[in-house]
Design a protein around this ligand. Structure first.
Ligand code: CTP
Ligand code: MG
Length: 238
């Protein structure tokens, strides 16, 4: 069985224009809540059997009915919800513990940020192919800009671009590897921003799967219109 965890429980601090704004994953992108884009793609994938959407506790009921209204019934049936935590890591861990409660544990689990709406079925295909072969993987793209270290506003060392990649999601691993790695990280108070680092911390090798520069993460308000244009351009092309 292949499961997915979709962390969608952040507050979207960098995206908000004022304190009362709702978190970015609930903002509309072409008339559809942001998290529904990648959730719809994951749920429609024939190799993904189950998805845990991790949302703020107070949004559990609203999200449950929105999913029912927006996804085809067979896809909506694959979705379960759980409440998030104070960090992304904590939210993903909650999603994994929800899967660990099931009578049958998944063999593999994908983790994808709800803030990356332009996930495609092809990306999921590549991630599943790599995780079932290698045990752990992440989508990543080559760095095209020159990257330098900076101290006190002055540029210093230039990093070797051929050794650098930008990490994206989905990331995936054998379920037991990722669950144990999260439990170990929590016990040791090891905090980080993605699951490949958690897996590395437990000694696993995380393989690279070629991602796409279009697999944007919505972080700042401007990203929404870029994503909107990309979504229409990609739709026209397909
Ligand atoms: N996330 C989560 N639980 C948290 C924090 C983040 O589930 N406590 C999720 C977000 O909803 C998002 C993904 O993790 O889908 C990536 O996080 P990020 O882009 O940093 O979103 P936010 O943390 O919400 O934004 P910010 O850092 O600007 O506050
Ligand atoms: Mg964040």
């Amino acid at each position: 069985m292949i499961a997915a965890v979709l962390p969608a429980a952040g507050v979207g601090e960098r995206f908000k224009s004022k304190p009362g704004d709702s978190p970015k994953q609930f903002t509309g992108l072409s008339g559809r809540a942001l998290y529904l884009w990648s959730l719809g793609t994951l749920a429609a994938h024939n190799q993904v059997n189950l998805i845990v959407v991790v949302v703020p506790k107070l949004s559990l009921d609203a999200v449950q009915s929105e999913i029912k209204q927006n996804l085809p019934p067979a896809d909506a049936q694959k979705v379960i919800l759980t409440a998030g935590g104070s960090t992304r890591q904590h939210s993903v861990h909650n999603g994994l513990e929800r899967l660990a409660e099931l009578s049958e544990h998944p063999d593999y689990v994908l983790v994808h940020d709800a803030a990356r709406p332009l996930l495609t079925g092809r990306m999921i295909d590549l991630v599943i192919k790599s995780v079932t072969t290698n045990g752990a993987c992440t989508l990543a793209v080559a760095v095209t800009d020159t990257i330098k270290k900076v101290k006190d506003g002055i540029v210093g060392e230039t990093l070797n671009r051929s050794e650098l990649v930008q990490i994206q999601t989905p990331q995936a691993a054998k379920f037991e590897w990722l669950l144990e790695a999260h439990r170990k990280a929590a016990k040791e108070n090891f905090g980080t921003t993605d699951d490949s680092t958690i897996l590395e911390h437990s000694g696993h090798k995380v393989h690279i799967v070629p991602g796409s520069p279009y697999n944007l993460k919505i972080t700042n308000p401007e990203d929404l219109s870029v994503c909107q244009s990309l979504a229409s351009a990609l739709k026209q092309r397909s």
